[in-house]
Design a protein around this ligand. Structure first.
Ligand code: GCW
Length: 849
């Protein structure tokens, strides 16, 4: 069950009392408008916007300008209750004037002077927001360097109003940091989404483009509001049928919806397509027939979609075919496609995520982290101008923390883009809140020291540092049909933050978190402070209770990538090893004694990573193999830090829940309860993570926790030690995913199994935690009774990625305020359903004050 609130006592009593005194603003909110709600401002907030004119002068007339006008009217009406009117020419009084710089300049001489001053700064997607006197009347100007710039200016202006910031002396000129600001969707043509956690595809269903593209239009609007200008709609593990002649008109329908919002359509392609759906017996990039096939294919696409943006290529990676099949290089393949796109201005995003997943783990020199640089660095300068090498932020795979990929410094004559993961594949899959902007900031601000000069990654990807033609950002978004797009309201801050950083990587994490919170939940200072605080602490918390010190997300890398399963990293070909044994832990990637990966960085960075004296604690185990008793810069040993951080992280997750609870009555009830349920689940699952990882290291290292917590839970009653009827003990795999390595499962059908025990503690009020397993192959029912009194009952009806009891399915039911007397009998009845046999792990009792 995904988060469960006890029916008797869902929130602490004092909060219930407090919220009675607050005025609830309960308008049904589903999250579908995300940060573009345009909720009415409080009466006191509207005063500052009284002088805002009701007339909008908008001389231009294009699809994108149409969206901009509609949006401005929608925003002003929603937030301020205005009903603006539109005109094409200047009136004698005040107005909001919107249009491209040229359109505005032709309206009045005052604008011409301003245009000369201001518009020089304005290029394509840029905008200027200003206030001016025209014929003696105050006017607001929203000027763009292009139609798209006007649209972005409108969204920026509406953001100002929504956040209740003054518009008295507006003067805001902004331009994007990079020309390419795209999202990628990993949608399959059957409507599923690889690593998607927000429902099914908004684009595809049953092998075709959906008939109803309403959600696509809404998504495009959201993307445009943060100045995203391209979207790749299908999985990088591409289905060749996307290029079928009968698919192209379907793609054109999506492009048409995107176009109104200034978004270019892109697709992922499979390089073997000429062979698979074409009639060729080869897909060798150097075979002229293959070149001709691609040229003809893109001619066909551009006839239907004249503004088609380009393609993403995943090749020679994780089983995908590619140029290696013919002994050709990524440059051969990328240029082949680039040349077919070039006449139309299309771009090839060639992914650097290429590695051998059959690596020999016995060889201490093998290192997956080295692959991208080894393959692409020798090809620098060999790629055509319309190729962008799309590089994941780290050298492995979207882990909770990795060092920056050295390839950002290794390509100086080739355009590069950064690929970030908005969908939280390795960071809690939206069942956990994990605000990734602080992580992305660290990456973008990282100084690569190319030529021993200041070289932050953000300047490399913007194209500024090496004066490249192209560059930018690709974020794997994977929104779905769920009302709130990502399955967790708080996770939308990642989509928002990705767009804001692509526009301006110098914005701080705090500014982005606060801005997003104001737009999403309103301007109540307590709400803004509390939500931002949760968001800003969440990445660090997640890292602490999963894989700190550079261990990365110690999840099941062979399965779901969700719950804890540290052993799965080791002894297989995937190369995500942490090389933990009885003595120590960590991958030696030094030049001196290890894999040599550190040698791919420039000398000043190398010096930091190569030596134990300089290596930051939070990456030490990514780069070095050390003993468990190695002392960190913090003064603590590695093993004690692992234990302590897991406890700190789980504690933080629990704090998020109580912090959020303090907002009851201050945000709408719908989203309040959704988030409460999500954070409640997260707090419980953080404990599963904490215990699994700590128990695993405790057994491996043989070193006890100095604070005596690990493996020692006096407040727990293991299910297998209770008095059982119909239930039998089972071993859980991996063992560390269940307390004591064991669970119980019900063997009966049609009648409940019972597990009971007698309470032996002191009389008092208790929190009762029932740890059970919620699989996705059944909906078990549980009932907790004390003597004859039914205290709680619930269904295990969540959608966790598990078909058996393990760290993916382990879930906590928290019941507050239960009065217990010595001798009370606590009884759990489990009703199994299909394959899910009402599994239970333990019950924990905590005294409540
Ligand atoms: O992280 C891995 C994912 C795959 C993904 C791959 C990639 C689309 O587990 O699901 O495939 O990366 O980025 O290509």
């Amino acid at each position: 069950m995904r988060g469960c609130i006890h029916k008797e006592n869902p929130v602490p009593i004092f909060l219930l009392l407090l919220c009675g005194a607050l005025v609830s603003r309960s308008v049904a909110e589903t999250g579908e408008n995300a940060w573009l709600r345009y909720a009415p401002l409080q009466a006191s907030e509207t005063i500052d916007f009284k002088s805002l004119p009701d007339l909008i002068v908008a001389p231009g007339d294009s699809e994108v300008l149409g969206s901009a006008k509609g949006e401005l009217a929608r925003g002003l009406q929603g937030m301020l209750g205005r009903k603006p009117e539109f005109a094409a020419a200047m009136p004698s009084g005040s107005a909001i004037v919107m249009g491209t710089a040229e359109q505005i300049a032709s309206l009045a001489p005052e604008f011409r002077a301003t245009e000369e001053l201001r518009m020089k700064a304005i290029q394509k997607d840029a905008f200027w927001l200003g206030s001016l006197q025209v014929h003696g009347s105050p006017c607001i100007v929203i000027a763009g360097g292009s139609d798209r710039g006007v649209l972005y200016g409108v969204f920026a202006f509406l953001r100002i109003i929504a956040q209740h910031r003054g518009i008295g002396s507006l003067d805001d000129a902004e331009k994007p940091s990079a020309p390419v600001r795209w999202v990628n969707q990993w949608d399959n043509l059957d409507g599923s989404i690889e690593r998607g956690y927000g429902g099914r595809s908004i684009f595809f269903d049953k092998g075709a483009v959906r008939a109803d593209l309403t959600r696509v239009s809404e998504y495009a609007r959201l993307l445009a509001s943060v100045a995203i200008n391209g979207c790749v709609i299908n999985n990088v593990n591409a289905d060749p049928r996307i290029l079928d002649p009968n698919f192209i008109p379907q793609l054109a329908r999506i492009a048409q919806v995107f176009r109104r919002w200034g978004i270019q359509l892109g697709i992922s392609i499979d390089l073997s397509t000429p062979n698979v759906i074409g009639s060729l017996d080869t897909f060798d990039p150097l075979d002229p027939r293959v070149g001709a096939w691609w040229r003809q294919k893109f001619d066909e696409i551009y006839r239907s979609i004249p503004d088609f943006g380009g393609v993403v290529v995943k090749a020679d990676s994780e089983g995908r075919l590619g140029p290696a099949a013919y002994g050709r290089t990524p440059a051969d393949a990328a240029n082949l496609i680039a040349r077919a796109l070039r006449p139309y201005g299309g771009i090839v995003f060639y992914r650097a995520f290429i590695y051998d997943h059959h690596l020999d783990w016995r060889n201490l020199k093998s290192d997956r982290a080295k692959a991208a640089y080894d393959i692409f660095h020798p090809l620098d300068g060999k790629f055509d101008e319309n190729v962008i090498i799309q590089i994941k932020n780290g050298p492995i795979d979207f882990q909770v923390r990795e060092p920056v990929s050295p390839l950002f410094g290794g390509l100086q004559q080739t355009s590069v883009g950064i690929e970030s993961q908005i969908t939280q594949e390795y960071t809690g899959q939206q069942r956990h809140t994990c605000f990734l902007v602080p992580m992305w900031k660290e990456v973008l601000d990282f100084d690569l020291r190319v030529g021993n000069r200041f070289t932050p990654v953000k300047e490399v990807v913007s194209g500024a540092r090496f004066h490249r033609a192209l560059g930018g950002y690709s974020g794997v978004a994977n929104v779905g049909l769920d009302k709130n797009w990502l399955g967790n309201h708080l996770s939308l801050a990642n989509l928002y933050g990705f767009g804001r950083l692509a526009w301006n990587p110098n914005l701080s994490s705090r500014v982005i978190a606060e801005e997003w919170t104001r737009l999403t939940f309103g301007n109540d200072p307590l709400v803004v402070a509390t939500v931002s605080k949760i968001q800003l602490a969440s990445w660090n918390a997640y890292e602490s209770y999963t894989g700190p010190l550079g261990l990365q997300t110690l999840t099941d890398i062979l399965g779901s990538h969700f719950g804890p399963a540290p052993e799965s990293q080791e002894r297989n070909g995937w190369g995500q090893w942490i090389r933990a044994d009885h003595e120590g832990v960590g991958m030696d990637r030094t030049v001196a004694t290890g894999t040599g990966f550190i040698g791919q960085y420039f000398p000043s960075v190398r010096r930091i990573y190569e030596s134990l004296a300089n290596i930051p604690d939070d990456l030490i185990l990514f780069f070095h193999h050390v003993s468990y008793t190695h002392q960190l810069h913090s003064g603590k040993t590695v093993i004690q830090t692992i234990y302590d951080l897991h406890y700190d992280g789980a504690k933080k997750a629990a704090d998020f829940l109580s912090q959020w609870s303090s907002l009851h009555g201050r945000v709408d009830d719908d989203r309040y309860h959704d988030v409460l349920e999500q954070l409640n689940y997260q707090a419980g699952h953080a404990i599963v993570w904490r215990d699994a990882i700590n128990d695993w290291f405790r057994r491996l290292s043989g070193i006890a926790d100095a604070k005596g917590r690990v493996g020692n839970h006096p407040d727990r009653i293991e299910a297998e030690s209770m008095e059982l009827k119909g239930y039998i003990p089972v071993s859980v795999t991996p063992w560390e995913d269940a307390s004591g390595g064991k669970a119980i499962e019900c063997t009966l059908t049609g009648e409940p199994c019972t597990a009971q025990f007698r309470f032996k503690g002191a009389t008092g009020r208790y929190e009762v935690d029932v740890q059970y397993f919620d699989q996705n192959n059944g909906v078990s029912k549980y009932r907790l009774s004390i003597g004859a009194r039914l205290v709680d009952e619930w269904l295990a009806d969540g959608s966790l990625p598990a078909t058996r009891p393990n760290g993916d399915s382990s879930t906590r039911r928290v019941i507050h305020g239960v009065m217990l007397w010595p001798g009370n009998e606590l009884r759990i009845e489990g009703f199994s359903d299909r394959e899910e046999r009402a599994p239970l792990d333990y019950v924990a009792l905590h005294r409540e004050r």
